[in-house]
Design a protein around this ligand. Sequence first.
Ligand SMILES: *Cc1c(COP(=O)(O)O)cnc(C)c1O
Length: 487
Amino acid sequence: MQYVSTRAVTTGAQPFSDILLGGLAPDGGLYLPISYPQVSGAELSAWRDLSYADLAFEILKKFATDIAHADLKALTQKTYTSAVYRNAREGEKASDITPLRVLDKGAAGTLILQALSNGPSLAFKDMAMQLLGNLFEYTLAKRNAELNIFGATSGDTGSAAEYAMRGKEGIRVFMLSPHKKMSAFQSAQMFSLQDPNIFNIAVEGVFDDCQDLVKAVSNDLPFKAAQKIGTVNSINWARVVAQVVYYFRGYLRATSDNAQMVSFTVPSGNFGNICAGHIARMMGLPIDKLVAATNENDVLDEFFRTGVYRVRKAGETYHTSSPSMDISKASNFERFVYDLVGRDAVRVRALFQKVESGGGFDLSGKPGSDGDEFKLVARYGFKSGKSTHQDRLNTIRDVADDFGIVIDTHTADGIKVARENMTPGVPMIVLETALAAKFNETILDALGVDAVRPAGFENIEDLPQKFVVMAPDVAQMKAYIAANTGL
Ligand SMILES: *Cc1c(COP(=O)(O)O)cnc(C)c1O
């Protein structure tokens, strides 16, 4: 299996292991397989009884064709164990890795929650990041290379990356976060890690200052090469492909026969999670609808309602109570657009140059628009909806009253939007993207009681913390990195 860039006018195809450690393609595009591997009915049936790890192996071997099967199998076994995904709720089986829970079997249809947040950082990003940590370590050892991951976080990505990379041979993580701007719980999750390969840098500024620093350092290409700097952001292809697995798993657990269909609703920000659902559907998984749920930051909902993709300026991004979906530009959206315009890289390049210069494009087909492909969106099953702070509070309350479980704010956005998109006879699976304990402030507002913390997280704020505070200064940042890599 070879990979091409969505703007591949000049770049040639590359194997999986070569794009694994990179981010964007050199032409600014995103990597996708040359074609999507197909899954037959016989395969799907044979996969019904597999463990999560074995299912992951079967799916990933179609994509990572340059990794020896025995090695890939060992990597998936090591990643997807109940020792890693151990934060299952009461009534969930940790060994299921992404356990399903039927919430409602009403006349509107069956509503199911698929728990993706039982990993070490309590958010779905662990599902992919844990595999990435093991894949990186494996590939670096083979190449006798090392990697220094440099990134910025406002919460979930940073902790998922650190828990995946801690203690890994050949890898260091330098993670910037806005000083005193994360919740006490989120800071404690990251800063309490004492591993010598984890470097937490609290920047005196806001999240945008952190991102600007990452950009400034990454744009210094000689420094980047000398310090072997890489990223683990959501456009990384291996992260997307690892997420494909749980769509298969959800389908196989919610059905008993391949003639059945299911739909998924996905709390969405950068379009990474739901992009994996799109890929699963393109591989032949019987998915009816893929519903993107957004919060007040509704770039994606706007596109799926109107065909207009309009990224927001920094000042137009709202800080909401589902903060991991507070995005103004959906960085994985280009992957879907590539398929939507018939894999025409010249077209994709022009459209995303318009995003960079003019802030968006219009595929509605109206006079003066950039194309009429919006009419094809239904063919890919996409739907969308939006949820507000008040909707989150109401949904958290309703779900607690009706089903006796406490969900987090992002999942609440998902349930709200899922309920507007139900079809009788087609189970609707909502992906649970975080556990409530991570966003306790809103839970307290909604329910008047604290969210239950999984075992081991009770007193996380009291653990000793390891981090440095730094001014948003590029030269100082580079000096800090160089001093700690010794390169
Ligand atoms: C990252 C994140 C999302 C958004 O996922 P995307 O892949 O960016 O669409 C939703 N919910 C939670 C809790 C997250 O951490």
